[in-house]
Design a binder for this molecule. Structure first.
Ligand code: HEM
Length: 154
Protein backbone atom coordinates (compact mmCIF):
# COMPACT_ATOMS: atom_id res chain seq x y z
CA UNK A 1 0.00 0.00 0.00
CA UNK A 2 1.27 3.47 -0.90
CA UNK A 3 2.76 5.68 1.75
CA UNK A 4 0.43 8.63 1.36
CA UNK A 5 0.90 12.33 2.10
CA UNK A 6 -1.49 11.79 5.02
CA UNK A 7 0.82 9.19 6.56
CA UNK A 8 3.84 11.42 6.01
CA UNK A 9 2.05 14.30 7.75
CA UNK A 10 1.09 12.07 10.70
CA UNK A 11 4.77 11.34 11.30
CA UNK A 12 6.25 14.75 10.47
CA UNK A 13 3.67 16.79 12.41
CA UNK A 14 3.95 14.68 15.55
CA UNK A 15 7.75 14.74 15.37
CA UNK A 16 7.65 18.55 15.09
CA UNK A 17 5.40 18.68 18.16
CA UNK A 18 7.69 16.36 20.14
CA UNK A 19 11.17 17.51 19.31
CA UNK A 20 11.03 20.70 21.38
CA UNK A 21 11.27 18.36 24.35
CA UNK A 22 14.06 16.25 22.91
CA UNK A 23 16.01 15.67 26.12
CA UNK A 24 13.09 14.30 28.10
CA UNK A 25 11.82 12.35 25.12
CA UNK A 26 15.17 10.64 24.57
CA UNK A 27 15.46 9.69 28.20
CA UNK A 28 11.94 8.27 28.38
CA UNK A 29 12.56 6.31 25.20
CA UNK A 30 15.63 4.62 26.61
CA UNK A 31 14.18 4.09 30.06
CA UNK A 32 11.32 2.27 28.37
CA UNK A 33 13.76 0.02 26.51
CA UNK A 34 15.76 -0.76 29.65
CA UNK A 35 12.61 -1.30 31.72
CA UNK A 36 11.49 -4.08 29.36
CA UNK A 37 14.97 -5.53 28.79
CA UNK A 38 17.44 -4.33 31.42
CA UNK A 39 20.33 -6.18 29.78
CA UNK A 40 19.99 -3.96 26.68
CA UNK A 41 21.93 -1.20 28.45
CA UNK A 42 25.01 -3.45 28.23
CA UNK A 43 24.93 -3.10 24.44
CA UNK A 44 25.90 0.55 24.56
CA UNK A 45 29.63 1.02 25.18
CA UNK A 46 29.03 4.56 26.42
CA UNK A 47 26.79 3.25 29.23
CA UNK A 48 29.32 0.79 30.53
CA UNK A 49 31.85 1.88 33.12
CA UNK A 50 30.58 5.41 33.38
CA UNK A 51 29.64 7.49 36.34
CA UNK A 52 27.55 9.88 34.19
CA UNK A 53 23.87 9.43 35.13
CA UNK A 54 21.64 8.17 32.34
CA UNK A 55 19.74 11.43 31.98
CA UNK A 56 22.96 13.41 31.55
CA UNK A 57 24.57 11.12 29.01
CA UNK A 58 24.85 13.10 25.75
CA UNK A 59 25.41 9.99 23.63
CA UNK A 60 22.20 8.41 24.81
CA UNK A 61 20.24 11.48 23.85
CA UNK A 62 22.04 11.59 20.49
CA UNK A 63 21.15 7.99 19.71
CA UNK A 64 17.52 8.53 20.66
CA UNK A 65 17.32 11.60 18.45
CA UNK A 66 18.89 9.70 15.52
CA UNK A 67 16.20 7.04 15.77
CA UNK A 68 13.36 9.59 15.88
CA UNK A 69 14.76 11.91 13.19
CA UNK A 70 15.79 9.11 10.81
CA UNK A 71 12.39 7.44 11.15
CA UNK A 72 10.82 10.79 10.29
CA UNK A 73 13.14 11.17 7.27
CA UNK A 74 12.18 7.64 6.24
CA UNK A 75 8.51 8.70 6.19
CA UNK A 76 9.34 11.61 3.87
CA UNK A 77 11.26 9.31 1.52
CA UNK A 78 8.55 6.68 1.53
CA UNK A 79 6.03 9.25 0.38
CA UNK A 80 8.38 10.80 -2.22
CA UNK A 81 10.17 7.73 -3.53
CA UNK A 82 8.22 4.75 -2.25
CA UNK A 83 11.30 3.40 -0.43
CA UNK A 84 13.99 4.35 2.03
CA UNK A 85 17.28 5.22 0.43
CA UNK A 86 19.81 6.52 2.89
CA UNK A 87 23.12 7.98 1.85
CA UNK A 88 25.34 5.04 1.03
CA UNK A 89 27.97 6.00 3.58
CA UNK A 90 25.36 6.44 6.31
CA UNK A 91 23.72 3.08 5.73
CA UNK A 92 26.99 1.20 5.50
CA UNK A 93 28.31 2.86 8.62
CA UNK A 94 25.10 2.17 10.53
CA UNK A 95 25.07 -1.42 9.35
CA UNK A 96 28.65 -1.99 10.46
CA UNK A 97 28.18 -0.23 13.82
CA UNK A 98 25.11 -2.25 14.74
CA UNK A 99 26.57 -5.54 13.55
CA UNK A 100 29.68 -4.90 15.63
CA UNK A 101 27.58 -4.01 18.69
CA UNK A 102 25.71 -7.33 18.37
CA UNK A 103 22.29 -5.81 17.67
CA UNK A 104 19.72 -8.45 16.66
CA UNK A 105 16.22 -8.48 15.21
CA UNK A 106 14.87 -8.72 18.76
CA UNK A 107 16.61 -5.48 19.71
CA UNK A 108 15.04 -3.72 16.74
CA UNK A 109 11.65 -5.11 17.81
CA UNK A 110 12.19 -3.92 21.35
CA UNK A 111 13.12 -0.46 20.11
CA UNK A 112 10.06 -0.39 17.84
CA UNK A 113 7.76 -1.05 20.79
CA UNK A 114 9.50 1.57 22.96
CA UNK A 115 9.41 4.12 20.14
CA UNK A 116 5.67 3.76 19.61
CA UNK A 117 4.90 3.84 23.33
CA UNK A 118 7.06 6.93 23.83
CA UNK A 119 5.26 8.77 21.02
CA UNK A 120 1.85 7.73 22.35
CA UNK A 121 2.71 9.19 25.75
CA UNK A 122 4.39 12.32 24.34
CA UNK A 123 1.50 13.43 22.11
CA UNK A 124 -1.64 11.69 23.41
CA UNK A 125 -3.82 14.43 21.89
CA UNK A 126 -2.52 13.55 18.39
CA UNK A 127 -2.25 9.77 18.81
CA UNK A 128 -4.41 7.47 16.69
CA UNK A 129 -4.12 3.97 15.16
CA UNK A 130 -3.33 5.66 11.84
CA UNK A 131 -0.48 7.60 13.41
CA UNK A 132 0.83 4.45 15.06
CA UNK A 133 0.84 2.61 11.74
CA UNK A 134 2.55 5.45 9.89
CA UNK A 135 5.42 5.53 12.44
CA UNK A 136 5.63 1.72 12.52
CA UNK A 137 5.82 1.46 8.73
CA UNK A 138 8.53 4.14 8.52
CA UNK A 139 10.54 2.53 11.30
CA UNK A 140 10.26 -0.95 9.72
CA UNK A 141 11.46 0.27 6.34
CA UNK A 142 14.36 2.14 7.92
CA UNK A 143 15.37 -0.95 9.90
CA UNK A 144 15.22 -3.05 6.72
CA UNK A 145 17.68 -0.61 5.11
CA UNK A 146 20.04 -0.89 8.10
CA UNK A 147 19.70 -4.68 8.35
CA UNK A 148 20.66 -5.11 4.70
CA UNK A 149 24.02 -3.59 5.54
CA UNK A 150 24.58 -5.64 8.68
CA UNK A 151 27.10 -8.32 7.89
CA UNK A 152 28.28 -10.81 10.48
CA UNK A 153 31.51 -9.59 12.02
CA UNK A 154 34.48 -11.87 12.47
C1 HEM B 1 25.04 3.46 17.06
C2 HEM B 1 21.03 4.92 14.77
C3 HEM B 1 18.73 0.93 16.38
C4 HEM B 1 22.34 0.24 19.51
C5 HEM B 1 24.16 4.19 16.30
C6 HEM B 1 24.47 5.42 15.62
C7 HEM B 1 23.35 5.84 14.99
C8 HEM B 1 22.32 4.87 15.26
C9 HEM B 1 23.19 7.10 14.12
C10 HEM B 1 25.81 6.12 15.65
C11 HEM B 1 26.70 5.47 14.62
C12 HEM B 1 28.07 6.02 14.72
O1 HEM B 1 28.28 7.14 14.29
O2 HEM B 1 28.93 5.32 15.28
C13 HEM B 1 20.09 3.90 14.93
C14 HEM B 1 18.82 3.83 14.23
C15 HEM B 1 18.18 2.70 14.68
C16 HEM B 1 19.04 2.08 15.67
C17 HEM B 1 18.34 4.85 13.21
C18 HEM B 1 16.83 2.13 14.33
C19 HEM B 1 16.06 2.59 13.35
C20 HEM B 1 19.48 0.44 17.43
C21 HEM B 1 19.05 -0.61 18.33
C22 HEM B 1 20.04 -0.77 19.25
C23 HEM B 1 21.12 0.14 18.88
C24 HEM B 1 17.73 -1.37 18.23
C25 HEM B 1 20.08 -1.65 20.46
C26 HEM B 1 19.05 -1.83 21.27
C27 HEM B 1 23.41 0.97 19.05
C28 HEM B 1 24.76 0.87 19.59
C29 HEM B 1 25.54 1.79 18.88
C30 HEM B 1 24.65 2.45 17.92
C31 HEM B 1 25.21 -0.05 20.72
C32 HEM B 1 27.04 2.07 19.06
C33 HEM B 1 27.18 3.15 20.10
C34 HEM B 1 28.62 3.47 20.41
O3 HEM B 1 29.51 2.67 20.12
O4 HEM B 1 28.85 4.55 20.95
N1 HEM B 1 22.83 3.90 16.08
N2 HEM B 1 20.18 2.84 15.78
N3 HEM B 1 20.73 0.88 17.79
N4 HEM B 1 23.39 1.92 18.05
FE1 HEM B 1 21.79 2.37 16.93
Amino acid sequence: MAFTAEKEALVVDSWNAMKADAAELGLKFFLRIFEITPSASGLFPFLRDTSVPLEKNPKLKRHAMSVFAMTCEAAVQLRKLGRVILKETTTKHLGATHAKAGITGEHFELMRYALLETIREAVPYMWSPKMRNAWAESYDQLVEAIKKEMRPVA
